[in-house]
Design a binder for this molecule. Structure first.
Ligand code: 13P
Length: 251
């Protein structure tokens, strides 16, 4: 009942020309049976991407937004502006935003609210560090991130969310959580949603896995019952690799 979503987070990669070239290659090979597909390019490539993916099923996302609609916030961009630029999704709370740019759960929560108000679909990223995984703190960390970002939300708001479980130690490292480990954590997250928002919402919300998803491991990950898609960095930059992820085999 949850339609899988394969999402590419391009991070700080691909200018306008490279975005257009990727779109041409991907659309040349894309058939029409596939999961939902989303690409999140850099802000300055959004207009190019909108044009290049027009009349295709590929949806656009942004990698971040600010929590306010306008004003004296140098360097920021609003959710409304991203919607106007053609985005359907916005990635929020990515570990790189948390770690490099110091974003905390309170700010992430405000950003989710701003996104919902602009009718953007937030993809909330959560995940533990290696240190936390090794000291058995994974669930405590995830619970804190979930609570901090979502605690006072209504079930109706939560329904519009997608979650992405991205263990920090698996991002860009080539180390993936084993499918069993990822499944166990996804089940924990779904159970948290169930306890806070009820079974109907918990069953509706998609939980993506992110962290070194590659053509070689996507099938095993996607075969897990609580893994509803992937949020992909490195392997979303080559159209052939990304296409293989879109064509994951459900086993
Ligand atoms: P990699 O797929 O490069 O590990 O990146 C994952 C990620 O951070 C997606 O948001």
């Amino acid at each position: 009942m949850r339609r899988p979503l394969i999402a590419g987070n391009w991070k700080l990669n691909k200018n306008q020309e490279e975005t257009a070239a990727f779109a041409r290659e991907l659309l040349f090979d894309l058939g029409d049976e596939f999961p939902e597909v989303m690409i999140a390019p850099v802000f300055t490539s959004l207009a190019e991407a909108k044009q290049a993916f027009a009349n295709s099923p590929v949806r656009l996302g942004a990698q971040n937004c600010y929590a306010e609609t306008g004003g004296a916030f140098t360097g920021e961009i609003s959710a409304e502006m991203l919607k106007e630029a053609g985005c359907d999704y916005v990635i929020l709370g990515h570990s790189e935003r948390r770690e490099i740019f110091g974003e905390d759960d309170t700010l992430i929560r405000r950003k989710i609210l701003a996104a919902l108000q602009a009718r953007l679909l937030p993809i909330l990223c959560i995940g533990e560090s290696l240190e936390h995984r090794e000291s058995g703190q994974t669930e405590v960390v995830l619970q804190k991130q979930l609570q901090g970002a979502l605690a006072e939300f209504t079930p109706e708001q939560v329904e519009h969310l997608t979650l992405a479980y991205e263990p920090i130690w698996a991002i860009g490292t080539g180390k993936t959580a084993t499918p069993e480990m990822a499944q166990e954590t996804h089940a924990f997250i779904r159970n948290w949603l169930d306890q806070h928002f009820g079974d109907i919402e918990a069953q509706k919300v998609r939980i993506l896995y992110g962290g070194s998803v590659k053509p070689g491991n996507v099938d095993a990950l996607m075969a897990q019952p609580d893994i509803d898609g992937a949020l992909v960095g490195g392997a979303s930059l080559q159209s052939k690799d990304f296409l293989r992820l879109i064509r994951f085999e459900q086993g």
